[in-house]
Design a protein around this ligand. Structure first.
Ligand SMILES: Cc1cc2nc3c(=O)[nH]c(=O)nc-3n(C[C@H](O)[C@H](O)[C@H](O)COP(=O)(O)OP(=O)(O)OC[C@H]3O[C@@H](n4cnc5c(N)ncnc54)[C@H](O)[C@@H]3O)c2cc1C
Length: 499
């Protein structure tokens, strides 16, 4: 009997992982990717011996990666070996406005000394906060992240009711910090991770304390050669399983019938038919650009989107040993920062920002005696009326980075930059078709999570599926892998293929 065929639109983490699952189950899988290479947002480039990860730089939630690799037949041990993972500890160096710092580390003695010097009694608050984070992590993984919600009753069940107090979804993350710390800087130090979901801690639910917990308890890791190693590893699993990849091939539209998707039509006019279609391209973009207009795209556009970022990639002719791998410059006017980004869709006057120096972890990321630096400044996503002045925002972001580095005594960076590549919200949109240039897709507020998040199967076309950041469970590399496993499971169930 002929094996069922599937076309996957997009070779992001979700698309490649789904390709691997489905090919391993005997489906005929073709992945169609508009770019010249796989990875989507987990992208990289090399110039003059400088290697840059342009998207993710943090390998977090290692237990989730281990489980997802295991589901692809690769043990946790083999995964660590395959990716050449090293633990990054201290995970972050935080720098506040007055130049004082805090290193986040799993060394509890170092944490105690630092925290107590900032606020007496705060180490005890920290330990209690970690306990809450652990609880939120365990419950969320089991009850929310690792489950697909195909029907409303699976989500709104009596069994799920205790989640309302167990993981504090209705409480705001920042205000929840009152129970643990008095010092605003400590509240900042353990909530900034919400930006990874494209959220403000003043809007995010307290459930997200699971992020600082997993970073300290399970670690932040770094693959040999950078994050793109994850893409290479997944590609090798998918190809070995028999999945085929077509690069530099853009899908122009999905051809649909009454209740079925029939084919994808490519930009060059070719038409590829398959039994099923799985879209990994950003879900709101797929509804708006690839499917016939039935009103759903407009509904999605009105939903809340996560913020964007302006990223600078600098090849530098000098090594800045002062810079550690992951540095966060956190602004005291934290609340105002998020207001500017989320409400005004702009850049704060004194933005919190992130600087990454990968050569501290892997010297091969930069030529000898030189440095490879990335700076990321969160910014509002593109507005619908296109009023933002992109080049003004870019210049403002660049100057903010230089100003922040000067607080560390680094005042000569501009003179040592050999080349600069900059990604703005417009670049994110252009490179990966991300609606509004939003780097994390649909936001992760309470009413856009779980059953409320767009489902992994189209409500009308029953052989059209979705995978990736804007569907369940949400943004992040390991979560894209979870999304792929859940989508693949649904496809196989619909095709009657047993586990
Ligand atoms: C700046 C930044 C920093 C991040 N940092 C982290 C981090 O540190 N850790 C972490 O875990 N996560 C991080 N993330 C999030 C993570 O990168 C994403 O959540 C994840 O990679 C999304 O994968 P995805 O499966 O949704 O696919 P995507 O990455 O969205 O890939 C979709 C693919 O579809 C392709 N495509 C789109 N339209 C078409 C079309 N018409 N035809 C053919 N192909 C098409 C695109 O080119 C793309 O390759 C970061 C993201 C960004 C942008």
């Amino acid at each position: 009997m002929k094996s069922p065929s599937i076309i996957i639109i997009g070779a992001g983490i979700g698309g490649i992982t789904a390709a691997a699952h489905l090919a391993r189950r005997g489906l005929h899988v073709t992945v169609v990717e508009k770019n010249t290479h796989p990875g989507g947002r987990c992208d990289s480039f090399t110039r003059a011996g400088h290697r840059f990860d342009t998207g993710p730089t943090l390998f977090v939630m290692p237990l989730l990666y281990e489980a997802e690799y295991a589901a692809l037949g690769v043990s946790g041990e083999a995964m660590h070996e395959m990716l050449g993972l090293q633990r990054v500890d201290p995970t972050y160096h935080l720098i506040f406005d007055d130049g004082s710092g805090l290193e986040l580390t799993s060394d509890m003695k170092v944490m105690r000394d630092q925290l107590e010097s900032i606020e007496q009694g705060s180490f005890n608050g920290f330990l209690r906060y970690m306990q809450e984070g652990q609880h939120h992590y365990n419950v969320s993984m089991e009850r929310l992240v690792n489950r697909g919600f195909r029907t409303a009753s699976e989500f709104f069940s009596l069994g799920n009711l205790p989640l309302l107090y167990q993981i504090k979804p209705l409480k705001k993350h920042y205000s929840n910090m009152r129970a643990y710390f008095k010092q605003p800087r400590l509240k900042t130090a353990f909530t900034f991770q919400d930006v990874y979901m494209g959220l403000s801690p003043f809007e995010a639910s307290a459930t997200f304390s699971m992020m600082p917990y997993t970073e300290i308890a399970h670690g932040v890791w770094y693959p040999r050669g950078g994050m793109y190693a994850v893409v290479d590893a997944l590609m090798s699993i998918a190809r070995k399983a028999g999945a085929e990849f077509l690069f530099s091939t853009t899908v122009e539209r999905i051809e649909v019938g009454h209740s079925q998707a029939r084919a994808v039509v490519l930009e060059d006019g070719r038409r590829l038919e398959a039994d099923s279609i799985l879209a990994n391209a950003d879900l709101p973009y797929v509804y708006k650009e690839l499917l016939p207009d039935d009103g759903r795209a407009q509904q999605l556009t009105r939903k809340q989107f996560s913020c964007s970022v302006i990223s600078f990639f600098w090849g530098v002719d000098k090594r800045y040993e002062k810079l550690s791998p992951h540095m966060l410059f956190l602004a005291d006017d934290y609340r105002e920062n998020f207001k500017s980004i989320m409400d005004d869709l702009t850049i704060p006057e004194n933005p919190s920002l992130y600087v990454h120096a990968p050569a501290r972890l892997d010297p091969s990321m930069a030529p000898r005696n030189e440095d490879t630096l990335t700076a990321i400044v969160p910014v509002g996503h593109m507005s619908d009326n296109g009023e933002q002045d992109g080049s003004a925002l870019r210049d403002q972001a660049r100057q903010s980075v230089f100003r922040r580095l000067a607080t560390l005594g680094i005042t000569d960076l501009e003179e040592h930059i050999k080349f600069e590549v900059c990604y703005t919200p417009q670049s994110w949109q252009k490179h990966y078709n991300l609606m509004k240039g939003s780097t994390h897709g649909l936001s992760h507020n309470l009413f856009q999570l779980g059953y409320f998040r767009p489902h992994n199967r189209h409500p009308v076309y029953h052989n059209l599926y979705f995978v990736g950041a804007s569907t369940h469970p949400g943004t992040g590399m390991p979560t894209a892998m979870v999304s792929a496993r859940l989508a693949a499971r649904r496809i196989m169930d619909d095709l009657g293929i047993k586990e």
